[in-house]
Design a protein around this ligand. Structure first.
Ligand code: NAD
Length: 484
């Protein structure tokens, strides 16, 4: 397939489940996502049934027989062809992503472009093979694809988090069935419809549905692995369900990322970074900064500078001039984030940006960013993941004490340290209980490094070579030198 718009696909009406290479629009039941900027329902999505799941699994198992034994270079060719095809549809996917998530267009375009980066890095990876020899024998360790993967995805980055599973799974020789979040099914359904132009039937499929669909995946004996990204609460249910068939699981779960700001930083340069780290994607990022600890000697000027930056961030619709922050993606999350505003207001915490007054505007799920000044350690906003536009800041004086405060969480996904003194920052970073620690940057996951959570933020990890190997079983041949 040559680059460009060579697929016969429409973007504005029909959305289908993709089973065995076919687009299935018919179902007894349909559901709809909601445009979060207006509260209006979007298009119909057919709700997949148990028999759809069974059919997709059978097709994926069949496809696995030939896909898994292709040389990796051949599988890379398929992936490269899809990457080229994808590059011709940036506009269409950006517009669709804006509709289903409400993201400002520049950030939706960034997510669509990031899928290309995920392809790019993974296409440079090889599956390692290790050979050890002694006098008696040769041991060769290879990594064999697991089989059919079920990808269960969240709504905050519908494309990059689906492709973050599809690309490594297909590269290793697995086949995959994607289940997008019911809040944001559209871009995944279309992307996988587009993929049928390139991949043989059954290699990559997608099923949209309601709350009953995820458990059909986790229970299914024909699925070898669940790669899940979502909340800690759902992750626990998934692990319990997968234990019945001893499926492999990768769990990428929630975070409560701490950011530690040392006294030596440049306030004007750092304040915008701290604010964007917390409020990127309207705070709906698993590794968004969720608590900030600022050295007491700069606490006042830094929080004043942050409040100014927060007030300057325009909240608006995807195509509004200068919009930096979109709405909360769905009603459920909107209600949840409002409880953090309400609790902070009820407890009398000081809002140094925004206010505790939140109203639904034009039917959309709109909030203005808020910063809370020094709430107590046991407050809801410090203890729980807010996943929205509200951020607590606290002062600290002692390095040891602030490390303990940062680590005092059930979560351990990401963290940040800010300092001109890189050695001092690294000394702190090494003590932080998190899968990814960023020095002098807010949290920016990349396909090059494994992304994983400590503590309740996850089991295993994805991306990088280690992430790739999570789609494989190790397989060792012990060859005894023949004396026969
Ligand atoms: P969620 O757990 O509510 O849903 C995630 C997915 O799981 C959806 O597709 C949902 O339909 C499905 N699901 C729900 N119940 C299920 C069940 N019992 N069995 C199988 N599947 C089920 O999460 P969400 O609200 O979509 O996403 C927000 C959460 O995800 C936040 O906590 C955020 O921090 C986390 N997250 C983590 C990462 C990461 O990489 N660590 C990335 C993005 C989001």
């Amino acid at each position: 397939m040559s680059p460009g718009k060579t697929a016969n696909i429409s973007f504005d009406d029909k959305f289908a489940n993709i089973i065995n290479g076919e687009a299935r629009t018919k179902s007894d039941n349909y559901h709809q996502g909601v445009n979060p900027t207006t509260g209006e329902k979007l298009w119909d999505v057919p709700i997949a049934t148990q028999s759809d799941v069974d059919e997709a699994v059978a097709s994926a198992q069949k496809a696995f027989e030939s896909w898994s034994v292709k040389p990796i270079e051949e599988r890379k060719e398929f992936l490269k062809n899809f990457q080229e095809l994808w590059a011709g549809y940036q506009e269409e996917f950006t517009t669709l992503l804006c509709k289903e998530t409400g993201k400002p267009r520049q950030f939706a375009a960034f997510e669509v472009g990031a899928v290309g980066a995920w392809f790019g890095h993974h296409l440079s990876l090889e599956i390692p093979e290790e050979r050890l020899e002694d006098d008696e024998k040769i041991m060769t360790t290879r990594y064999m694809p697991l089989g059919v993967v079920g990808a269960i995805c969240p709504w905050n980055f519908p494309l990059v988090l689906s492709f973050g599973k599809i690309i490594p799974a297909l590269l290793t020789g697995c086949t995959i069935i994607v289940k997008p979040s019911p809040f944001t099914p559209y871009t995944s359904l279309k992307a996988i419809e587009l993929a049928q132009t390139i991949f043989p039937p059954g290699v990559v499929q997608v099923l949209g549905g309601d709350d009953k669909l995820g458990p059909m995946f986790t229970e299914h004996p024909g699925i070898a692995k669940i790669s899940f990204t979502g909340s800690i609460a759902t992750g626990k249910k998934i692990m319990a369900a997968c234990s019945k068939t001893l499926k492999r699981v990768t769990l990428e779960l929630g975070g409560n990322d701490a950011s530690i700001v040392r006294a030596d930083v440049d306030i004007e340069a750092t304040a915008p970074q701290l604010v964007m780290g917390a409020f990127q994607n309207s705070g709906q990022v698993c590794v968004a900064t969720k608590r900030i600890y600022i050295h007491e000697s700069i606490y006042k000027p830094m929080t004043e500078a942050m409040a100014k930056v927060a007030a300057s961030l325009k909240v608006g619709k995807p195509d509004e001039e200068g919009a930096m922050l979109g709405p909360i993606q769905n009603q459920m999350q909107f209600e949840k984030v409002k409880t953090f505003f309400q609790d902070s207001k009820d407890k009398g915490y000081k809002f140094i940006a925004g206010s505790g007054d939140v109203e639904k505007v034009d039917g959309g799920f709109w909030l203005q960013p808020a910063i809370i000044d020094n709430p107590p350690n046991d407050s809801k906003i410090i203890q729980e993941e807010q996943f929205g536009l509200i951020l607590p800041v606290q002062p600290y004086s002692d390095e040891e004490e602030v490390i303990n405060r940062a680590n005092d969480s059930n979560a351990g996904l990401g963290a940040c340290v800010w300092s001109k003194d890189e050695k001092a920052a690294e000394r702190i970073a090494l003590r932080l209980q998190a899968g990814s620690v960023f020095i002098n940057s807010f949290e920016k996951p990349t396909p090059q490094a494994i992304f994983s959570g400590h503590k309740e933020s996850g089991i295993g990890g994805e991306w990088g070579t280690q992430g790739l190997l999570s789609y494989c079983n190790p397989h060792v041949i012990h060859l005894y030198k023949s004396k026969l």
